[in-house]
Every structure is written in structure tokens, then in C-alpha cells.
Design a protein around this ligand. Structure first.
Ligand code: ARG
Length: 469
């Protein structure tokens, strides 16, 4: 075994095979190749502009790096595990291509700031992709909510019928959740947007580098301010996975509702053939597999987040090799979330809504009992507590005689409370119940449409909250 060309000065022998196996990250960090080359080109340009390397060397380096980029993209690049990671694979190939000038690229740089840069750039892209996917999902939900702004369904607490709501309102609850996710994504990008290049191994460098130049070229807002923190920090990765985990939780909740709604017992929605599967033995089955898998994959993302939190929690400053374990979790979380968001947008976009089943269920379970109590307060001047009591007795009577509330006779109502007039029947329908819930943010179709308009405007402005109503 020969000694490593990067640190062969100090090492006489090469690593044991198992050392190579535990040490190598090229199997997964090759995903960072584009970011690695982009970072190296920016670094080389800056080195030449500040006179640290010559213009000719810079030209050769940049040309060589571009050749490597095409080789990797064409699939002809040979990744070597003995070269450990993407950084050393690229540098070794650069040496083959351009000779000794390649050795000047690593001036005033360490793999510690290099990997921090590559990974930040990768996570930034992943966050941008997440923002796009979230925007797409929100737009889908807005379209469905608009269609169903006046479609009544039962609203639940404890998964028991509580009060009638509109399906549009229920969907808009998810728009609020995914809107907060999108806002969190934008925040995460803002906090991540600092250039780590130039921190070098941990202490900065004695070369006269210009970090503003690489910052501008790489599209960061500003350079990081502490070289020790820079090479020790993986908050951006943790934050990406935290955002993904919260978003996954929202996806899992709507997925769970779709599973419930699509059962024959509920029958509120019918999934399209494109987003369901059959059974190999039971011909009648149409299973909501995509929804179930979205619900399950949330667990993977939570696991990814927990893995990196655990890796980071005991590390002394600055870089430790433990941090190489940051990548697979993030790659997995990103890939998983992307798939979940796309599947949910597809499923929510083309599921069929059974308005009749929703309406029937909305009226079941004495769902307008609160409307009766509210009417007693408004029309008969009862204190709410007493009104609640009267309405409760009406429910008991209806339940005993197996009738819905609006099938109690005027005499029966009067026997419950003398102030009840025939006008009461107008508040006992579910359509009336939702129509009257016009408080800001309430379930009335007029409010739902108002919030849809608000979110359409807010999305155009990048989902940050604004004073607009
Ligand atoms: N492959 C390494 C990682 O992903 C690159 C940084 C190595 N730095 C070092 N000092 N060994 O973390």
C-alpha cells in the first residue's frame, strides 16, 4: 500500500483496508461535485486576482476543473475510494490533467472550509427546490379550496363531529401550515446565506485572500465572521431537516385525513387511479398507498434529523471527522421530502370530492347544536350557559326519538324553552350554520374566499407575511 499523495510527507504507509472503508465518503459526497468545482473555480479566481497565484496557473486550473465537470456529467470520471472524498478525487484528477499547477489550488484553503462551502451550497439549492415544491402544493390546495369554498363537511374535534365547516376552510388550514413551512424555508435560506470559504482549517489564513470576492462570485450575502464556528457549524443542515420534519408532519396529517376520508365508511373523497392501488386478492379495494407512504416517510425525515443532532451534540470545536456523517441524512431528507411534496400535490390535485357524502355527514351527530344555543342567546336573550343547557336537552330529546334536531316539532321546542319560535328552524341547517360563521378566519364561504385571495397575493410576494388583508 502506498502512502497518500495529499499527506504523504508525514505518512510512510497507506491505510488498512477497513480504515479506508470507514473513512471514505466518496460513495455519497460525490453528490457535491458541482458545488465543489464551483467553489474551487471561485477560489482560484480570487487567488489570481489577489496575486497569490499567477494568471496562467489560474487559467489552467479553471480549464481543468471545467473538464472534470464535463467528465463527471458524462459519466466517464472514475471515482476512487482510496482518494477518500469528492475534494481529493477532483484535485487528483486535476493534477493528472494540468500537472503541478493543480497543487496551487489548495493555497489558503482547507478541506474543512471547502466541505462547509460545498454542503452549504447544496443545502441552499435543496431549500430553493423545497420552496418551489411547497409553492406548487399551496397553489393546488388554493384551487381546490376555491372550488369547495361552500362545500359543507363535518368539522371534527376528537374525530367526533363537532360543528359543520366548509371543505374549502379545512383545506385552507393546510395552506396556513404549508405557508408557514415556506416562510421557514425562506428564513433558513437567509440564515444560511454566509460564505464559509476563507476560514481555512479553523483559524483563517496568512495569505492576503479577499473573502468579499468569493462571496460575490458564489452568490452569498456576506462572509461568515468566525473561522472556528465556520468549520464547526452544521446548523444550516439541522435547520433544513427541522423545516423538513415540520413540513413532513403537516404532510403526514393531511395524508392521514385522506386515508380516513377515502374509506368506504367516510366516502368523502375518491382517489384517482393514478394515485391509488388495487389489491391482488380483494377486487373491490382501492388503497390510498401514496397517502400511507407520505405518512410513513415522515418517520425517515425525523430519523435523519435525529441522527445529525446526535452526531453534533458532543463535538468540541472545531472540525471533527464525525461531521462527515452530516451528508447522507440531509440527502435522504431532501429526496424524501421532494417525493412527498410531489405525491401530495398530485393526489390532492385530482382527488374527487363527494359533496353529498360530506353534506350528509355534516348534518349528522347534532352538529348544529351550537347554532341552536347561539340562536337562544341572540334571539331570546339567554345567557350562553343556560342556552347551552337548553340546546343539550333538545339534543337528548332528538337522540331518544332518533331524529335530527330540525325534526323536533315547534311544540317540542317550546316545551324545552317558551322563548323558542319557528324562526329557530332557519339556524338548524348546516348550510346556514357555515354561512353565518363570518368572523375573521371563520368557516363561512365568504371568509374562505377572502383568505384564498389573501394567500394568492402573499404567495406572489414570496410567502412572507405582510400587512395586506
Ligand atoms: N470528507 C470530509 C467531510 O465530509 C471533508 C473534510 C475533511 N477534513 C479533515 N480535516 N479531514 O467532512
Amino acid at each position: 500500500m502506498t502512502s497518500n499523495r495529499m499527506w504523504g510527507g508525514r505518512f510512510a504507509a497507506g491505510p488498512a483496508a477497513v480504515m479506508e472503508a470507514i473513512n471514505a465518503s466518496i460513495g455519497f459526497d460525490r453528490k457535491l461535485y458541482a458545488q465543489d468545482i464551483r467553489g474551487s473555480i471561485a477560489h482560484a479566481r480570487m487567488l489570481a486576482e489577489t496575486g497569490i497565484i499567477s494568471a496562467e496557473d489560474q487559467k489552467a486550473i479553471v480549464q481543468g476543473l471545467n473538464t472534470i465537470l464535463s467528465e463527471i456529467e458524462a459519466g466517464t470520471f472514475v471515482f476512487k475510494p482510496e482518494l477518500e472524498d469528492i475534494h481529493m478525487n477532483v484535485e487528483a484528477r486535476l493534477t493528472e490533467l494540468i500537472g503541478p499547477a493543480a497543487g496551487r489550488l489548495h493555497t489558503a484553503r482547507s478541506r474543512n472550509d471547502q466541505v462547509a462551502l460545498d454542503f452549504r451550497l447544496w443545502v441552499k439549492d435543496a431549500l430553493e427546490r423545497t420552496a418551489d415544491a411547497l409553492t406548487g402544493l399551496i397553489e393546488t390546495l388554493l384551487a381546490r379550496a376555491d372550488e369547495h369554498a361552500a362545500t359543507v363537511m363535518p368539522g371534527f374535534t376528537h374525530l367526533q363531529s363537532a360543528q359543520p365547516v366548509t371543505f374549502g376552510h379545512h383545506l385552507m388550514a393546510y395552506v396556513e401550515m404549508f405557508g408557514r413551512d415556506l416562510w421557514r424555508v425562506r428564513d433558513a435560506i437567509e440564515r444560511l446565506d454566509e460564505n464559509p470559504l476563507g476560514a481555512a482549517a479553523l483559524a483563517g489564513t496568512s495569505f492576503p485572500i479577499d473573502r468579499e470576492k468569493t462571496t460575490a462570485e458564489l452568490g452569498f450575502r456576506e462572509p461568515t465572521r468566525n473561522s472556528i464556528d465556520t468549520v464547526s457549524d452544521r446548523d444550516f443542515a439541522l435547520e433544513f431537516m427541522s423545516v423538513a420534519a415540520i413540513c413532513g408532519t403537516h404532510l403526514s396529517r393531511i395524508a392521514e385525513e385522506i386515508v380516513i376520508w377515502s374509506t368506504p365508511q367516510f366516502g368523502f373523497v375518491r382517489l384517482s387511479d393514478a394515485f391509488s392501488t388495487g389489491s391482488s386478492i380483494m377486487p373491490q379495494k382501492k388503497n390510498p398507498d401514496a397517502a400511507e407512504l407520505i405518512r410513513a416517510k415522515t418517520g425517515r425525515i425525523n430519523g435523519d434529523l435525529m441522527a445529525l443532532l446526535t452526531v453534533m451534540k458532543g463535538l468540541p470545536l472545531a472540525y471533527s471527522k464525525d461531521m462527515q456523517e452530516d451528508k447522507e441524512a440531509v440527502f435522504d431528507a431532501a429526496e424524501t421530502l421532494e417525493l412527498m411534496l410531489a405525491a401530495m400535490a398530485g393526489m390532492a390535485g385530482d382527488m374527487e370530492i363527494n359533496k353529498a357524502a360530506m353534506k350528509k355527514a355534516a348534518g349528522a351527530g347534532f352538529a348544529t347544536a351550537t347554532d341552536l344555543a347561539d340562536w337562544l342567546v341572540r334571539a331570546a336573550g339567554l345567557p350562553f350557559r343556560e342556552a347551552h343547557h337548553v340546546s343539550g336537552r333538545a339534543v337528548a330529546l332528538a337522540e331518544e326519538t332518533r331524529r335530527p334536531l330540525d325534526k323536533l316539532s315547534p311544540d317540542e321546542f317550546r316545551s324545552l324553552h317558551p322563548a323558542i319560535t319557528d324562526e329557530v328552524y332557519s339556524v338548524l341547517t348546516v348550510a346556514n350554520s357555515v354561512k353565518t360563521r363570518t368572523s375573521f378566519g371563520g368557516t363561512a364561504p365568504s371568509q374562505v374566499r377572502r383568505q384564498i385571495r389573501y394567500w394568492r397575493k402573499r404567495l406572489k410576494r414570496g410567502a412572507r407575511p405582510s400587512k395586506l388583508r
